[in-house]
Design a protein around this ligand. Sequence first.
Ligand code: GRF
Length: 215
Amino acid sequence: MTGTKRADKRIRIAVMVSGGGTNLQALIDAEKSGVIKSGHIVLVISNNPDAFAITRAAAAGINTVTVVKKNGDQKRFEEEILKNLARAKIEMIILAGFMSILSADFVSRYPDRIVNIHPSLIPSFCGKGMYGIHVHEAALAYGVKVSGATVHYVNEIPDGGRIILQKSVRIRQDDTPESLQQRIMKQAEWDILPRAAELVSKKLMNAASQQKRSI
Ligand code: GRF
């Protein structure tokens, strides 16, 4: 039985954000420039109504939804997000600075379809409590000479999924956590997240067309 033919075969992507949205901006720019051509960002979900990422999405004409966790009710929070993802027929999710834990049940709804950007070379400086500036504080405190960023699939273990892309950044003598964070964002995150988004959406698009042919 042939389903309705979908003209736009690109993978429908939702980006989940919490903050400034510079990684979201890199994704938006990458879709415009053709670095991302197998996926199409159709929805941005923020858990923070004040996130500048929402302004960035609106400026790019992308539909945005804010879902805030109420009274610590993780179940309702995730149900609301899942409802919005289903309504938008989302096929792939990118966590771009999304600062909230997602349960194993949530993640299991999108197997090998959720990717995350982490600002270190996993398995260094990741897992519980390792987010945002804390990652760079820990790297400098340890005295590593190289750090960087990682894009990985999301599974039930925080920062535990298969690694997709990594990029290293040399530490400077005079680095502060802030200067290191900025350089890793500019030189690593904003480069590998769009490239990983294209790799994964291309893989999903090819799998979908294989499946259609095999029916
Ligand atoms: C980035 O440093 C990212 O690695 C981390 O959170 C920050 C998000 O920044 N997960 P932005 O909201 O994309 O500007």
